[in-house]
Structure formats: structure tokens, C-alpha cells
Design a binder for this molecule. Structure first.
Ligand code: NFE
Length: 458
């Protein structure tokens, strides 16, 4: 056995350390530890603030999924107030959120994951890089490098599109308790549509074919990085007032089965046995959760807590959403995550086209409403990387407690109290690691989850 520490793992957001025990006899990963290496403390600094500020403060957790935090926060606030925003706000929020998904998925494939499969030009940002196991021929490589550059512009377009309704991106100021701040008109909608059509052309004409090519050339990655196959989605993109219908449904499946089960929030706890938080906070539901750092804890190896559903680790993300929704059920692996994410990008983009026509230009998108003196609420949504929840409790018109449970916290969690590994740790077990000096296979497994440690640490 030899121990290899990847720190930081690159081409993901935030600070992830992965420690691997390599079986040197057969060149595979025997076991792995996933560690979030930086403490944030957002849940602590939110205490005592006006609850309406959380929608703006929590967006600063991350530059990749700020809109998703805004959505979770505003839904938590509205649940606490027993208030439902006007239907126009639902549609406009969906469109801004959709723009974030499009930018994030394109970013992930071209700028974060793909460089682990292509030998790019001998210049930054393609160097320094691993050189092992690069299988594309020169023509394919050149095309993919060209698409990498093109995707930079498409991501910018996705941001510019979102800003038409969101005011600015990242960190939109359009989401407010009560609705959205934008007053839409026909010209905004036609500008949004023009951007969206360009992005759809790229997604369907370039991104999807490139993922298909990757899946052909690296087909063995359909058998690498499975993990547990437990998949969880909170669901997103409400299609009606109240959200009983969603573009991507809420649900969960155990062991990649076809049987979708309901999600009971009371079954979720966060354990801290191997996290740098006090043991007294372990096993709490997020509604009761606390964030008390304990950086010198002997067993600790991560700033992520270990969320578990009925005591079991769950993977979240595009594959989980598409599986729960019945759109993609080929398997659970590195390559299935890429294919499902690309197919989801197209599904969301096309749905956004239809939502544009549903905005009512003569109806309001905002209703002023009072902050409750006290109350509690949960905001559930999906971020590009998976299920996202904000748990809010208000007292004396101020935030008493705030707990955030992010997708990457599910995916990259450390072991729980029973010693059961987190989903990424499990997915790495048995993965090939042919050359200890060039652990490119490990990188590919990690990046297939699209981790964001900025979000995941508390
Ligand atoms: Ni910082 Fe985020 C997403 C959230 S990941 S990117 O998607 O929430 O845990």
C-alpha cells in the first residue's frame, strides 16, 4: 500500500483534499478520504441579521451557484412567513435559475472536467497537466480545444442572459422576499430569447455530441466510480403555484433502483464524528442543527459534516435528478454523471424557452409583505450540483438559526458515526490508479461529481 495525498484537487471550486490508499499490487484505490479544508462560518454570521438579508448574504457562499442559494433562501423565508410570491415571480425566478444551471454545466464539462481527458496545447491553462491515458486523436483534440474556447463565450452569454432578468450575475439582486424586483417587458423577453436560442444551439450542436464522443472513447468509465447508487433530489423548477408539479421531481432511489420513494425531511441528520465540529452537534436534523467548530478534534478530517438519510449516504446531482425524474437510468458511474448532466442541460434550456411565453406582462411580480415576528421555514431546491436546502428560524424579526445543506456536503462528506464512507469516498474505492505519480483516474472520479467545497463547508 502507498498513501497519496492530492491537495488541493484542482479544477473544482474550493479546497478539497483527497487522500488515497493505493493497492500497489493491482494498481487500484483501496480506500479514500475526502476532506473539505476551509471553514466558512456563514451560518454563524447570519444569526441576528434581518431575515430578508439572507437571500443576499448566502449568495456570497459561492460564485458558481449564487442564484440557487438565493432561491433556497427566499423559499425558506416565504415558508416561514406563510406567504406565496406571485406566479410571475415563480416563472422569472425559474428563468434566472435556469441561466445559472446552463452556465454551470457548460463550465463543468469544458473547463473543469474535459482537461482531464485531453492533451491540450503546451501552454496554460492546459499545462501543467497529467499526460497519462490521453486517448483522443489530434483532430478530435483540436476540436475539443476549440470548443473549450467557444464555451467560455457561451458561459458569458448565459450570465448575460440571466442578468437581463436578474439585474446582475453572479449574485443577483432580483430575488426578494415577496417576489422579484424586475419589471419584465417584451424587449427584455425577446433579448432573453435571443441569448437562449444561441445557447441551445451550442448545447444541442456541440456539448451533447462532445459528451457522446467522450463516452465512446472512454467507455470504460461507465464502469468506474459508481459509489452506492443511492440518489436524492429535492426537485426544482416549479411548474405551477405551490410547486406540486416540477420540471425535475423530488424523490430518492436506493441502489440505483427503478423505485422512486418520497423524501421525508425528518429522516435527514448531519453527523460530525469525523468533522471538525463538536461531537455534541452530531446527529441533528438541520432544523435543529448547530455549527460549532472544533478544529483540533482528534478524529476530524473535514470541515464538511456527514449528511445521512435514514442513516444512509446519498449522492445528489444531475444524475440523481434525471434518474428520479425517469429521464436517465442507464447506470451510476463517472460517465453516467457526464451524460446525464449534458442531457439535463438540454432539457432545462428547452423548458426555459416555453417559460418565457408564460410571463404575464400585465401582472405584478412582487407583493410587499411583512416579516413575521417569529416562525420557521425550509427552502428546498436544486443547485447544479444537487439537492440544496436552507433551514431558517426567525425570532424577534431576526434570524435565530440558519442551516445550509448543500449538494457537495452530501457527495463529498466524510465517514459517519458508523464508519460508513461518504459517496465520493465510496466511488473512489476500487477505481484504477495505474500510475501513482499521475493519478488521473482519481481526478476523473472526483470531477464527475462537480464538487464545490465553497458551498459544502459550513
Ligand atoms: Ni458552490 Fe453549490 C451547487 C450549492 S455545491 S456550487 O451546485 O449549493 O454544494
Amino acid at each position: 500500500m502507498s498513501r497519496i495525498v492530492l491537495d488541493p484537487v484542482t479544477r473544482l471550486e474550493g479546497h478539497l483534499q483527497v487522500t488515497v490508499e493505493r493497492n500497489d499490487q493491482n494498481g487500484t484505490v483501496a480506500s479514500a478520504q475526502s476532506s473539505g479544508m476551509m471553514f466558512r462560518g456563514f451560518e454563524i454570521l447570519l444569526q441576528g441579521k434581518d431575515p430578508r438579508d439572507a437571500v443576499h448574504i448566502t449568495q456570497r457562499i459561492c460564485g458558481v451557484c449564487p442564484v440557487n442559494h438565493a432561491m433556497a433562501s427566499v423559499l425558506a423565508m416565504e415558508a416561514a412567513a406563510g406567504f406565496q410570491a406571485p406566479d410571475n415571480a415563480r416563472i422569472i425566478r425559474n428563468l434566472i435559475l435556469g441561466a445559472d444551471f446552463l452556465h454551470s454545466h457548460i463550465l463543468h464539462f469544458y473547463h473543469l472536467a474535459l482537461p482531464s481527458y485531453i492533451q491540450g496545447p503546451a501552454m496554460p491553462p492546459w499545462t501543467p497537466t497529467y499526460t497519462a491515458d490521453m486517448r483522443f486523436n489530434a483532430t478530435q483534440t483540436q476540436a475539443l480545444v476549440n470548443h473549450y474556447v467557444q464555451a467560455l463565450a457561451v458561459r458569458r452569454q448565459a450570465h448575460e442572459m440571466g442578468a437581463i432578468l436578474g439585474g446582475k450575475l453572479p449574485h443577483t439582486n432580483a430575488y426578494e422576499f415577496g417576489g422579484v424586483t424586475v419589471v419584465p417587458d417584451a424587449s427584455l423577453i425577446s433579448r432573453f430569447a435571443a441569448y437562449l436560442n444561441q445557447i441551445i444551439a451550442f448545447v444541442d450542436g456541440t456539448y451533447l455530441p462532445d459528451v457522446t464522443l467522450l463516452a465512446q472513447v472512454y467507455g470504460d468509465y461507465f464502469n468506474i466510480g459508481r459509489g452506492y447508487g443511492n440518489l436524492l433530489a429535492f426537485g426544482v423548477f416549479d411548474l405551477n403555484a405551490g410547486g406540486s408539479s416540477k420540471l425535475l421531481a423530488r424523490g430518492r432511489v436506493a441502489n440505483a433502483s427503478g423505485s422512486v420513494q418520497s423524501v421525508d425531511l425528518n429522516s435527514i441528520v448531519e453527523q460530525t464524528d469525523y468533522s471538525w465540529y463538536t461531537d455534541s452537534t452530531s446527529g441533528l436534523n438541520p432544523s435543529q442543527g448547530q455549527t460549532i467548530p472544533s478544529p483540533d478534534k482528534a478524529n476530524g478530517y473535514s470541515w464538511l459534516k456527514a449528511p445521512r438519510y435514514s442513516g444512509v449516504p446519498y449522492e445528489t446531482g444531475a444524475l440523481a435528478r434525471m434518474w428520479v425524474n425517469g429521464d436517465y437510468r442507464r447506470g451510476v458511474s463517472v460517465m453516467d454523471r457526464h451524460v446525464a448532466r449534458a442531457q439535463e442541460t438540454s432539457k432545462i434550456a428547452h423548458a426555459m424557452s416555453s417559460w418565457l411565453g408564460q410571463i404575464n406582462l400585465s401582472a405584478s411580480s412582487y407583493t410587499q409583505t411583512a416579516v413575521p415576528t417569529s416562525g420557521s421555514g425550509v427552502g428546498l431546491t436544486e443547485a447544479p450540483r444537487g439537492a440544496l436546502g436552507h433551514w431558517l428560524r426567525i425570532s424577534n424579526r431576526a434570524i435565530a438559526t440558519y442551516q445550509i445543506l448543500t449538494p457537495t456536503c452530501w457527495n463529498c462528506s466524510p465517514k459517519d458515526g458508523a464508519g460508513v464512507a461518504g459517496p465520493l469516498e465510496k466511488a473512489l474505492e476500487g477505481a484504477p490508479m495505474s500510475d501513482a505519480a499521475q493519478p488521473v483516474e482519481v481526478l476523473r472520479v472526483v470531477q464527475s461529481f462537480d464538487p464545490c467545497l465553497s458551498c459544502a463547508v459550513h
